[in-house]
Design a protein around this ligand. Structure first.
Ligand code: LFR
Length: 491
């Protein structure tokens, strides 16, 4: 039968995409119809998302997409827009890398100790969790005036359809949801004075999310009706749905601006050890739990490239990667899960400083800096995957790398070597595929569960295999040089 077309809107920290997936029961092909930069703006000392520019990119992309069966939207997690009672947006959404939550987690902990927060939500300690952002915003005119809070994908969806909802996988990153019940953590929110009635009703991947409004149909030239379907609206949820695993014994690394590394479980792990290791229990598609750790990911590299470009230095990633492959392995490593790398700017200096602080040689040139980053990411991937297995009891035979990082051959090989496990790399567009296939299932084009979605991906997507080097001793020794990378909660 003829393929049906589905539009995936996938907004990432560095760019937004509208991708059309063409799906039959046996095939899936992607076509990127529009890509646009995501350029945050600092204004009045606060780092914002340029949400209207993103929205324009979405509209341009839908126009380029042409006739589709439905639309699904995923973006990064935790951030939100506030709406007044008349539906208008109250200010620009704030970027999760903004410093407004500085000192807030400490303040919150005086009311609700960290152990209780973790028991209630299963969410890692990260300064950008929605809980801390809302606590930081308490008493501001915007929050006072707000009638509604919409997480980023739900905000885009609301503008397209006029229908407000809160998608569950993304809601699970707020640190306000109980992952066991899939419902809000009412008692916790009450203790902290956070008004959960700001969130519109929860909805799950596969649920209808409205239809494109007449004005959107006109603006995009689409013919009505075009439903918007709820997908795993947290990009990492869609990406993990898009992991082409063939059994339960797999680890994944959703590798882009962040590396999200862990395992897929049926139930959350909320032990004290898990908390201390800073693992999070985010909800996935079809009632799964994404048990994972946030690692700084390719952000470290992207920020170095940005600094080098601004300084007039070479910044061609392809060439730098070739040079990095020839650089001395494991000369120096940093803790790639250290929140000290969260904020933008002067990344090469911060990496040098971290090497100095840990009494390792400072990278002498750009190639050594790139090598330091990739070695450090591989080590952090290994730590996360080992910890995930130990803490959850789920053991793995293979590591799947999906997302843009799957294209980075050196990083994939180093990760295989560090982990001592085979790596299967691809698809790079796992988030868009997860988004498209959840829509295709809702439309009845494909059937079954995640295992069936993954079988379709294995049968249709080009994947690369990396075998680990026989000798892991170099990596074993290097672990001791990133003391922060294991078993510690860093604030
Ligand atoms: C990746 C991601 C991560 C989340 C971070 C901030 O794009 O969604 O999963 O921790 O962005 O929202």
């Amino acid at each position: 039968s003829d393929p049906r077309a589905f539009a995936a809107v996938d907004l990432g920290a560095s760019s937004g995409r509208v991708i059309v997936g063409r799906v039959t029961a046996r095939s899936v092909g992607l076509d990127e119809v529009h890509r646009f930069p995501n350029l945050p703006v600092r204004v009045g000392g606060t780092l914002h998302w340029d949400v209207l520019a993103l929205y324009r990119g979405v509209l341009d992309g839908l126009r380029a997409a042409g006739r589709v069966t439905s639309v699904g939207i995923d973006t990064w997690a935790v951030d939100y827009g506030l709406l007044a009672a008349d539906g208008s947006l109250l200010g620009n959404p704030v970027h999760y890398r903004d410093a407004r939550t500085e000192g807030v987690p400490e303040r919150i902990r005086r009311t609700v100790p960290q152990a209780e927060l973790y028991a209630a939500t299963g969410v890692q300690h990260a300064p950008f969790n929605t809980l801390y952002q809302l606590a930081a915003a308490q008493g501001t005119p915007q929050l006072e005036a707000a009638a509604r809070l919409l997480l980023m994908p739900d905000l885009i969806s609301y503008w397209l359809t006029g229908v407000a909802g809160t998608e569950l996988t993304n809601a699970s990153t707020t640190q306000l949801l109980d992952p066991r019940t899939g419902d809000w953590a009412y008692a916790l929110a009450g203790r902290l004075g956070i008004d959960l009635s700001l969130f519109p009703p929860l909805r799950r991947p596969g649920d209808p999310a409205g239809e494109l409004l007449p004005e959107i149909l006109e603006a995009t030239g689409l013919e009505h009706p075009v439903p918007v379907v709820t997908v795993g609206s947290h990009d990492t949820a869609s990406a993990v749905a898009g992991v082409p695993a063939d059994s339960e014994r797999f680890a994944y690394i959703s590798c882009g601006t962040w590396s999200l590394a862990g395992v897929e479980l049926d139930a959350p792990v909320r032990t004290e050890d898990s908390r201390a290791a800073n693992f999070t229990n985010e909800l996935g598609v079809d009632g799964t739990v994404r048990y994972l750790r946030n690692i700084m990911g390719l952000w470290l590299l992207q920020e170095c490239l940005r600094s080098w470009r601004a300084a007039g230095l070479p910044h061609d990633l392809g060439r730098l990667l070739v040079q990095a492959a020839q650089a001395q392995p494991l000369r120096s490593v940093v803790d790639a899960a250290d929140p000290g790398f969260l904020a933008p700017d002067s990344m090469p200096d911060r990496i040098a400083e971290s090497c100095r602080r840990t009494e390792q040689p400072v990278p002498r040139d750009q190639a050594e800096t790139v090598r330091c980053i990739l070695d450090s990411l591989a080590l952090a991937h290994r730590a996360a995957i080992e910890d995930a297995q130990r803490l959850s009891g789920r053991h793995v035979d293979v590591v799947h790398i999906v997302g843009g990082g799957a294209r980075n051959e050196l990083l994939c090989q180093l990760t295989a070597d560090a982990c001592g496990l085979p790596v299967v790399a691809g698809p790079a567009e796992a988030a868009a595929l997860g988004n498209v296939l959840v829509q295709a299932r809702a439309a009845g084009v494909i059937e079954g569960g995640l295992a069936d979605i993954r079988a379709l991906l294995r049968a249709t997507q080009p994947l690369r295999h990396y075998e680990p080097a026989a000798d892991r001793s170099r990596w074993n020794k290097a672990v001791a040089r990133t003391p922060g990378a294991k078993d510690t909660v860093r604030t």
